[in-house]
Write a protein that binds this ligand. Structure first.
Ligand SMILES: NC(=O)C1=CN([C@@H]2O[C@H](COP(=O)(O)OP(=O)(O)OC[C@H]3O[C@@H](n4cnc5c(N)ncnc54)[C@H](OP(=O)(O)O)[C@@H]3O)[C@@H](O)[C@H]2O)C=CC1
Ligand SMILES: Nc1nc(=O)c2c([nH]1)NC[C@@H]1CN(c3ccc(C(=O)N[C@@H](CCC(=O)O)C(=O)O)cc3)C=[N+]21
Length: 295
C-alpha cells in the first residue's frame, strides 16, 4: 500500500487546497468590494443521483462563503418555464454563475437551454460561445471536469506536451473538452468512442489514458502499457451500491506510474473547479460593476 500511495493522483487532497484558496479570495472580495459570489443551480426532476450532486455543490458553496440557490422543478415542467427561470437568473445581479444540472428529462430541449445561459455566467462552460473559445484556445469558461483533470496533472508535475493521450468517451461535457484542453497543452490526442474499432489497439499506445464513459471495468490491465498514466473520470454504482470508475483499479494500478482513484480522484476536482469558475465570474462582474460606477 505504501508503494501505491506514491502513484495516486489525489483529487480529494488537491480539491481541499483549491477550496481553501477560493475561500480566502471570497473573504478578500467581500472586504474590498462587498461582493459575494453567487451560484444558481437548476435541478429538474427527482433523480437521486442528480439531487445528491446538487447537494454536494451547495455544501461546497457554503464552505467557501458563496451565496447559492437551487431552483428545484418537477419532472413535468415545460420548456418555457425553465427558459423563464434562466432569463431571470441571467438578469439577477446576485447570481454570477448558472448551472443546469444534466441530464434533463427527454421532453426538454437541453441545447436550447444551454444556449440561453448568459456566456458570462456559464460556469459549466457548456455554452457554444465558451466551447468555441476553448477550441480556439482563448480565455473563457472551461467545463469543470476536464479542467479539474488538467489541474490534477499540473499539481503532480505531469507535462502532457508531446505525450500520446487517448481520451475514451466523446461527450460534450467530458471527452470533447478534455481532448481540446490536451491539444491546447501540446499533447497528441486521440478520441475513442462507442464506434471505435478495437479500443485496446489505441489504449496500448497511450502514455496517458483518460477515460470518461460510465462502463465499469472498461479499461483492464491488458489494454495499457507499463508506466501508463491513468485518469479515471467515470463514476458508476455497482449493483451492491459501491461507487467505482471505468478502470479496473486493482490490476491496472500495478502497471501504471500514476493513477486517479474513483471515487477520490476527478470527482472532487469537478466541484473545486465549479467553485473556481464561479469565483472567476464574480470577479469579472465585480470589475464590470465598478467600471459602471466610475462612469
Ligand atoms: N468525475 C466527474 O466529475 C464526472 C464524472 N462523470 C462520469 O463520466 C462518465 C461519462 O459521463 P458523460 O460524458 O456525461 O456520459 P455520456 O453518456 O454523455 O458519454 C459517454 C461517452 O462514452 C461513449 N461510450 C459509451 N460506451 C462506450 C464504450 N464501450 N467504449 C467507448 N466509448 C463508449 C459514448 O458514446 P455514444 O455517445 O456514441 O454512446 C459517449 O461518447 C460517467 O460515468 C459519469 O458518471 C461525468 C461528469 C463528471
Ligand atoms: N451541469 C452539470 N455539470 C456537471 O458538472 C455535472 C452534471 N451537470 N451532471 C452530472 C455530472 C456528474 N458530476 C460529478 C460531480 C462530482 C462528482 C464527485 O464529487 N464524486 C465523488 C464521489 C461522490 C459521492 O460520494 O457520491 C468522487 O468521485 O470522489 C462526481 C460527478 C458532475 N456533473
Amino acid at each position: 500500500m505504501q508503494l501505491l500511495d506514491g502513484k495516486i493522483l489525489d483529487g480529494r487532497k488537491l480539491s481541499k487546497k483549491i477550496e481553501q484558496n477560493v475561500g480566502d479570495e471570497v473573504k478578500e472580495l467581500k472586504s474590498t468590494c462587498g461582493c459575494t459570489p453567487g451560484l444558481a443551480v437548476v435541478l429538474v426532476g427527482q433523480d437521486p443521483a442528480s439531487a445528491a450532486y446538487v447537494n454536494m455543490k451547495k455544501k461546497a458553496c457554503d464552505r467557501v462563503g458563496f451565496y447559492s440557490i437551487t431552483h428545484e422543478m418537477p419532472e413535468s415542467i415545460s420548456q418555457e418555464a425553465i427558459e423563464k427561470t434562466i432569463v431571470q437568473l441571467n438578469n439577477d445581479t446576485n447570481v454570477d454563475g448558472i448551472l443546469i444540472q444534466l441530464p434533463l428529462p427527454s421532453h426538454i430541449d437541453t441545447t436550447k437551454l444551454l444556449e440561453l445561459v448568459d456566456p458570462s455566467k456559464d460556469v459549466d462552460g457548456f455554452h457554444p460561445y465558451n466551447v468555441g473559445r476553448l477550441v480556439t484556445n482563448l480565455d473563457g469558461f472551461v467545463p469543470c471536469t476536464p479542467l479539474g483533470v488538467m489541474e490534477l496533472l499540473k499539481e503532480y508535475d505531469i507535462d502532457v506536451k508531446g505525450k500520446n493521450c487517448v481520451v475514451v468517451g466523446a461527450s460534450n461535457i467530458v471527452g470533447k473538452p478534455m481532448a481540446a484542453l490536451l491539444l491546447n497543452a501540446d499533447a497528441t490526442v486521440e478520441i475513442c468512442h462507442i464506434f471505435t474499432d478495437d479500443l485496446k489497439k489505441h489504449t496500448l499506445n497511450a502514455d496517458i489514458v483518460l477515460c470518461g464513459v460510465g462502463v465499469i471495468n472498461l479499461i483492464t490491465e491488458d489494454m495499457v502499457k507499463d508506466d501508463v498514466i491513468i485518469i479515471d473520470i467515470g463514476v458508476s454504482r455497482t449493483n451492491e451500491g459501491k461507487l467505482v470508475g471505468d478502470v479496473d483499479f486493482e490490476n491496472v494500478s500495478k502497471k501504471s506510474s500514476y493513477i486517479t482513484p474513483s471515487p477520490g480522484g476527478v470527482g472532487p476536482m469537478t466541484i473545486a473547479m465549479l467553485l473556481s469558475n464561479t469565483l472567476k465570474a464574480a470577479k469579472i462582474n465585480a470589475a464590470k460593476l465598478s467600471e459602471q460606477k466610475e462612469c
